[in-house]
Ligand binder design. Structure first.
Ligand code: GLC
Length: 620
């Protein structure tokens, strides 16, 4: 065995073996996995081995303040993979160093949940190109200092995937890849404690399949078959897939719907401990065979549970490297609607510390809807009723509440739980659509201020911020999504528009909406890159300021602290200077986003509407 491979075996084999032992009683599974890893490593191209060496020396690459993410559908951004390649200059102009291309592996024909119903993990969706195009794209991205993230859809496969087809054909080996039930007895037992993800267009969690002559576990759509991860064959299949993708140059895998992997009666079948054992083993396998690759968990779950995806206790730093910070996203929208940051502070304080080797992926919008994950106790602590606040947020962002600036739509109205999630682009939710339609320049200014303030919170929080395609130029809702019959029943397509490249040209005009947003975001990126305190190894803490509309965020770091103030309202807000000095900053500070000096000797500070201040101590 090559010495580098041997060294990595030494380092990560214990994680692999321990993870596997928690889930699969047969010790021979570890031998099988090692064999697969060695084989994949032998096939690893030379230039990627060099990338491995570099990343082993710089394992915190994704934690650096210079890491800036961008998420886009390949077809909507560039038409094809070659088209994406021709747009890499645009990403570089913005300062992006991490690109998440939405599902691009071969999906089932027809409706496919935006590619989240994969039929073949080893080929690219036909209209987008080929595996060779993907390889060429990763090389171009790497030349521009951009890492590539792809989705690893591992909770389910398309009903048309070969494994499912063979299961239907009666092959026992493949029937064991899925959760198949001859009658309703077990499905009914599970259903008692299972929520519904898509109650409107895919109610229930099981689908009768005539060909399989079984009830099939289908958490999402009826053509997305959940895999049975208690079967070690499924694990081994995914080891091969992970390393295959790594060998194409993929740098990060977004573990799609990871929370749902393990099923247990009497629970909601999310966040089960086995999920983390499986992730630990899968990551150890990837670290041995392709150590430049990292994992990002997509677990839209509560604070205590989500930290487990980054690893707590004995699993500290042993599972995913990145995890989406769903609560921060929800709380930013809540604060903008209520002009009140107290619930944000309360909710974020619930988070246990994350491992220092990991990072939050922060975001304002993504391709999914927003679910109002507001905890009743947190709401109560600030004097609100949790249910009523969630109703308010849905009404507000659907544009139904008086005084709302928003033009979103309700997604998955669930009368059983009272949940009404929200679809819409960041710009439309933040008031830009309304302002443009009303031809109201002041409202346009406010919407731009609101969007930049919200982005500043993300960019200042620590951990790679993920821009969602088009937000940098204020793309509005795509009301035409319903013209495509495959999208008509899913209004998440409203916030998945095609990139209007002509409109993007307007970014060159600093007075245009596009130019103001693009420059504002580019400026956040440039400033962020200069602040060592934004390295994700340290945590952001959040604080009240005595003025509900103003949030304080603090990052303590050996390289110098940063105190941030955010005014989430359209009015000037005044706070006591102690909101800054109590965090140890005195004298004069520098507002790093504007370069202005801020005198901390007075009694109060006045923040303009939607101000975002990143303060560092001025040199004595
Ligand atoms: C994830 C994706 C979502 C998809 C689901 C099922 O939550 O973000 O778009 O519908 O998984 O794959």
């Amino acid at each position: 065995m090559e010495p580098d491979l041997l060294a990595r075996m030494d380092r990560w084999l214990p994680d692999l073996v321990a993870g596997l032992a928690e889930v699969y009683p047969d010790p021979a599974v570890a031998d099988r996995v090692v064999e697969l890893v060695v084989r994949a490593h032998r096939a690893r191209p030379e230039h990627l081995r060099a990338r491995d060496d570099a990343r082993v020396l710089r394992p915190d690459w994704f934690q650096l303040p210079s890491t800036i993410g961008y998420a886009a559908y390949a077809d909507r951004f560039g038409g094809t993979l070659q088209g994406v390649r021709s747009r890499v200059g645009y990403l570089a102009e913005l300062g992006v160093t991490y690109l998440h291309l939405m599902p691009l592996l071969k999906p089932r024909p027809g409706a496919n949940d935006g590619g989240y119903a994969v039929m073949d993990y080893r080929s690219v969706a036909e209209p987008l190109g080929t595996m060779d195009d993907l390889e060429a794209l990763t090389r171009t991205l790497h030349e521009h200092g951009i890492s590539l993230t792809l989705d690893l859809v591992l909770n389910h496969v398309a009903r048309e995937h070969e494994w499912a087809a063979r299961a239907r054909a009666g092959e026992q080996r493949y029937r064991r890849y899925f959760h198949l039930f001859a009658d309703r007895t077990e499905p009914d037992q599970y259903e008692r404690s299972l929520p519904e993800v898509f109650p409107t267009f895919a109610p229930g969690n099981f689908t009768w399949d005539e060909d399989a002559s079984a009830w099939v576990w289908t958490t999402f759509n009826r053509w997305q078959w959940d895999l049975d991860w208690s079967n070690p064959d499924v694990f081994c299949e995914f080891v091969e897939i992970v390393l295959f993708l790594a060998n194409q140059g993929v740098d990060c895998l977004r573990l799609d719907a990871i929370a749902f992997l393990w099923k247990r009666k009497g629970t909601n079948c999310q966040n089960q401990p086995e999920v983390h054992a499986i992730t630990q083993a899968l990551r150890a396998a990837a670290r041995i065979g392709a150590p430049s690759m990292i994992f990002k968990a997509e677990a839209i779950v509560g604070p205590v549970q989500v930290v487990e995806y980054l690893g707590t206790g004995r699993r500290e730093g042993r599972v995913s490297d990145l995890a989406y910070h769903n609560s921060l996203m929800v709380q930013i929208w809540s604060a903008l609607a209520s002009r009140d940051c107290r619930l944000l502070v309360r909710s974020l304080r619930r988070f246990p510390p994350k491992p220092t080797t990991t990072a939050w992926a922060t975001y304002l919008r993504c391709h999914d809807d927003i679910g109002w994950a507001v905890d009743d106790d947190d709401a109560l602590a600030v004097g609100w009723d949790g249910h009523l606040h969630r109703v308010f947020l849905s009404d507000f962002y659907a544009g139904l509440a008086p005084g709302s600036f928003s033009r979103g739509e309700v997604f998955q109205d669930n009368p059983a739980t009272g949940d009404r999630r929200i679809s819409g682009t960041a710009a439309s939710l933040a008031g830009l659509e309304e302002a443009v339609l009303a031809q109201d320049p002041q409202a346009v200014d406010e919407a731009i201020g609101r969007l930049l303030c919200a982005h500043a919170v993300l960019f200042g929080f620590g951990g790679p911020p993920l821009l969602y395609m088009g937000d940098e130029i204020g793309l509005l809702n795509d009301r035409g999504y319903g013209d495509d019959p495959e999208h008509a029943d899913d209004n998440r397509w409203m916030h998945r528009p095609k990139m209007p490249w002509e409109q993007a040209q307007l970014r060159a005009d600093p007075r245009s909406v596009q130019g103001r947003l693009f420059d504002g975001i580019r400026h956040l990126i440039a400033t962020r890159t200069t602040l060592a305190a934004l390295h994700a190894a340290v945590e952001a803490t959040v604080h009240e300021t005595g003025n509900a509309s103003v949030l304080a965020t603090v990052r303590r770091h050996a390289a110098g602290n940063v105190v941030q103030l955010y005014n989430v309202s359209e009015h000037v807000q005044v706070v006591d200077t102690s909101s800054v000095t109590r965090h140890g900053m005195t004298g004069t500070a520098t507002q790093r986003l504007s370069g202005a000096a801020v005198d901390l000797n007075g009694a109060t500070l006045a923040l303009p509407p939607y101000a975002a201040w990143w303060l560092t101590a001025s040199p004595p």
